[in-house]
Write a protein that binds this ligand. Structure first.
Ligand code: ZN
Length: 515
């Protein structure tokens, strides 16, 4: 056997490969895993130039795969005013933060804030244009809420966007208006992408470079070696931007980039198809948004069916955003339509979130063999809100990880960052305990084991992007993507899983981050 470039020794390796579930040693040569073995094999792969890393009995797992997230939104967030519940607790706080930032920002330059969550604000309401006007009348301001499905603009930003009481709503969007005067309140639903892409100036190169460096570092520090970009406004120029950052090493995690259906022709003209690219950046499926925020489907079921069939015909994977029972059902109906009209094995269509799924829908999902890409950390960060707001008859169908797995579905884990923080270990903790931050538990019968949760964040994520043959487990021949953890998530008491830290992140055989 040839000599290894790097050997991790004295490791407690959880391979997530059932053929060899545990090991003590991993040898890496080039960007791939050479050997996974017991400690007695150390000499056989040690050469004169081999770097031997003593893991001191610490746990080594495959690199984490965040199967649904938004890297450009994370960049925006990292560059903007943090309005998340850990930073502000009231609209008064939000105003103070905006006033403070406005003082050091040239007049007329956009101010952005992200992460406000009205449920956790003392006033229990969203801020309005008038709140923001009080503290920043001469800067256009946009505040994105925590789930990115709503945003608030001040009066100057509204006028730059051309939004008045007469403005007609775009399909799927909603402009909130004062019931008395008919004036827009500044609150917009499902229009943040439009505001960012069409109204605000694009991020400057300097902002982009700073932002990607921060975002990349965050991902590596949490052991995220692969991420799946699920933004519906992704297009060919986003692909080129990511290509540039992957090529110059500014973004080290591997990316599977989904995109919106409007961009399909751009990719086809460039000769790209599903899976095009390389192990660093690969073209993903087509993201379709089905949101109930506005109280109706953004497009009628018949059109949705046709769209699904078109995607099926184009040979792409479909990734349908569906959270509520009604949208999950609409997504399933569309997939059934497409798959019955054009049966084609192996496109691995995905439902993103699949938050509310009663038994009759779960059965249809299982028949379709749809991949479910879900977000365990929502239970942790939003569990209290779910308990307060979702009626009991619907709460019992919420994020049913165990039922999904029992019915044979492949379930991939994700954070949907920047909706909630990136840390996959909080996701694993939440899948195992189903506890909210307060400690209250939601549907304990849907708890899964730590091994199952780890698979969701590794091999199952790789499956969702058709890459389980090259990554997702510590297996000879696969890409050498792995992390060294401060503790063992499978053997630790469940309560401690979220405290486990990533001590080292390795991508393609290179140590890219160390604590
Ligand atoms: Zn998302």
């Amino acid at each position: 056997m040839p000599a290894a470039d790097i050997i991790l020794k004295n490791a407690s390796v959880i391979t997530v490969d059932s053929r060899q579930p545990t090991a003590e040693l991993v040898a890496i040569r080039g960007n791939k895993i050479l050997l996974v073995a017991g400690k007695q094999k150390l000499e056989s792969v040690t050469g004169a130039r081999t770097r031997v890393i003593d893991c001191q009995s610490k746990t080594v797992v495959p690199g984490f795969n965040d199967a649904h997230c938004h890297i450009f939104s994370l960049i925006r967030k990292l560059l903007s005013i943090d309005l998340s519940p850990s930073s502000v607790s009231s609209i008064i706080d939000i105003k103070a933060a905006i006033r403070h930032r406005a003082q050091s920002t040239p007049l007329g330059k956009w101010l952005t804030g992200t992460g406000y969550n009205e449920f956790y604000l003392a006033e229990k309401r969203c801020p309005t244009r008038w709140d923001i006007d009080e503290v920043a009348p001469h800067h256009p301001v946009v505040l994105a809420n925590h789930c990115l499905h709503a945003c608030v603009l001040n009066s100057l930003a509204l006028s730059l966007a051309g939004i008045t009481r007469e403005t007609r709503e775009p399909p799927g969007g909603l402009i909130d208006k004062d019931p008395g005067t008919g004036e827009p309140t500044g609150l917009l639903y499902e229009m943040l992408g439009y505001i960012r892409e069409k109204v605000m100036p694009p991020l400057s190169e300097e902002e982009l470079i700073n932002g990607i460096a921060l975002a990349s570092r965050n991902c590596l520090s949490y052991g995220i070696t692969s991420l799946q970009e699920a933004t519906v406004v992704n297009d060919f120029s986003r692909w080129q931007t990511l290509r540039r950052f992957e090529d110059n090493g500014k973004l080290k995690s591997r990316v599977f980039m989904m995109f919106g259906i409007e961009a399909l022709s751009q990719f086809q003209e460039a000769g790209l198809t599903l899976g095009s690219g390389d192990s660093q950046l690969r073209l993903g499926g087509i993201k379709v948004m089905l949101s109930e925020t506005t109280g109706r489907l953004p497009l009628p079921q018949l059109e949705l069916n046709q769209q699904a069939l078109n995607v099926q015909r184009a040979g792409f994977q479909l990734a349908i955003h569906a959270m509520e029972q009604s949208t999950v059902e609409a997504a399933i109906t569309a997939l059934e339509y497409a798959c019955s009209h054009l049966p084609q094995a192996g496109q691995r269509h995905r439902i993103e979130h699949c938050s509310q799924c009663p038994p009759h829908l779960l059965e249809r999902l299982a028949n379709l063999k749809t991949v479910v890409v879900t977000q365990p950390p929502f239970l942790y960060y939003s569990g209290e809100r779910y308990l307060a707001e979702i009626p009991a008859n619907r709460l019992r169908w919420l994020y049913r990880f165990k039922s999904f797995l029992n019915s044979g579905l492949i379930v991939a884990g994700s954070s949907d960052f920047p909706v909630v923080p990136e840390n996959p270990l909080v996701g694993i903790y939440a899948a195992v305990t189903r506890r909210a931050e307060s400690g209250r538990q939601l549907l304990p019968q849907e708890c899964i084991s730590a091994s199952q949760a780890l698979a969701m964040y590794t091999i199952n994520g790789a499956y969702a992007s058709f890459e389980e043959g090259v990554k997702g487990s510590i297996t000879p021949g696969k890409l050498a993507d792995m992390v060294v953890l401060s503790d063992d998530p499978v053997k630790s008491p469940p309560e401690q899983i979220k405290e486990i830290k990533v001590e080292m992140t390795i991508i393609g055989g290179k140590v890219v981050w160390e604590a």
